[in-house]
Design a protein around this ligand. Structure first.
Ligand SMILES: Cc1cc2nc3c(=O)[nH]c(=O)nc-3n(C[C@H](O)[C@H](O)[C@H](O)COP(=O)(O)OP(=O)(O)OC[C@H]3O[C@@H](n4cnc5c(N)ncnc54)[C@H](O)[C@@H]3O)c2cc1C
Length: 286
């Protein structure tokens, strides 16, 4: 489909993008364009002005600090997949990036665009939930940080307020050593019909705890808190609890339904993906 005519501005800084957004409530940020442009072609979105932040150096790249990794929101999926720093410090990123769509999407789509759009089948929400990341958001009033578990507030809805820009994603270090990502891909788009991210940390005394992020199954990505309570204790005991953890994770979850997967099938895919991810993480070299 052919997009309609729209004004375009390539922002020279986040500050400029913020003031343009403040003056134009009908403006929309453009990062990789791999969600927004298809929506405009389908007339599901009709911004009057696109404010392109996709090439702003201040929003790009990965910086390793002593106690965190900081990822610019306009960093592409492909850059996250290839990053040697992330492979070493937070390998869940390269695991998940490698199964997003295809190389064309990975070369243009950004982590910030995906998180801000909060598609219920997107991959990054599960990852940031499992790693306990924080989202840094800038507005005219200044900067604030939002923990991942408070960021996704509903169907395609986040805690980013109108006029704000998601600027960076902060991942605490050291990140859990045993991680896994398992996804059942939609055969045409590659989006997650169901996917699970698991991150498990084991202390020197053998005591372990973990986080579980689930995407694709419900209308919003979520942390499986009650299941996480079971994913804690002596590391050597965790493998015996996998089935209980899986069952608990999906208890009471209202599954999405569509032409590809009804609710019961989607829940079952979620259980299978989580079980595989747990077995991967518990069996991996931490
Ligand atoms: C064929 C196809 C297959 C795909 N498969 C997958 C898949 O398997 N898994 C997956 O996770 N995703 C998939 N995607 C989505 C892809 O990852 C997109 O790149 C991503 O969802 C949006 O990122 P973007 O940079 O393209 O954002 P854009 O399209 O530029 O923007 C998306 C939305 O976020 C807003 N936005 C962008 N950046 C910011 C910011 N910094 N702060 C606040 N708001 C912002 C925009 O205003 C817009 O509303 C697929 C897309 C396509 C076209």
């Amino acid at each position: 489909m052919i997009p309609y005519e729209v004004e375009y501005l390539r922002a020279s800084s986040v500050q400029q993008a913020l003031s343009v957004l403040a003056q134009n409530p009908e403006a929309k940020l453009l990062a990789g364009g791999h969600t927004l442009l298809p929506m405009m072609k389908l007339r599901l979105a009709r911004p009057e002005l696109l404010v392109d932040i996709g090439r702003l150096p201040e929003l790009r790249g990965i910086a390793v600090h002593e106690d965190s990794v900081s990822i610019g929101s306009a960093t592409t999926h492909a850059e996250l997949e290839a990053s040697a720093d992330l492979k070493q410090r937070a390998p869940l990123f390269s695991l998940a990036a490698s199964v997003i769509a295809d190389p064309t999407v990975r070369n243009r789509g950004t982590i910030g665009g995906a998180l801000a759009h909060a598609d219920p089948s997107a991959d990054w929400p599960a990852v940031v939930l499992a790693l306990g990341a924080e989202m840094e958001v800038m507005g005219e009033q200044g900067m604030r940080r939002i923990p991942a578990h408070e960021f996704f507030v509903g169907f395609m809805s986040t805690a980013v307020a109108p006029g704000e820009v998601l600027t960076r994603i902060h991942v605490p270090l050291p990140a859990p050593g045993r991680v896994a990502y398992r996804k059942f891909r939609h055969p045409s788009s590659g989006y997650a019909v169901a996917a699970a991210a698991v991150a498990v940390d084991v202390g020197n005394d053998g005591y372990a705890w973990g986080r579980i992020g689930i995407t694709g199954v419900a209308d919003v990505a979520f942390r499986a808190r009650e299941a996480e309570a079971l994913l804690e204790g002596n590391f050597t005991d965790l493998a015996g609890k996998v089935d209980d953890i899986v069952e608990t994770a999906f208890t009471g979850v209202n599954a999405l339904e569509d032409n590809f997967a009804d609710g019961a099938y989607r829940l079952q895919l979620g259980r299978v993906m989580l079980k595989r991810a747990l077995l991967d993480a518990l069996g991996s070299q931490g």
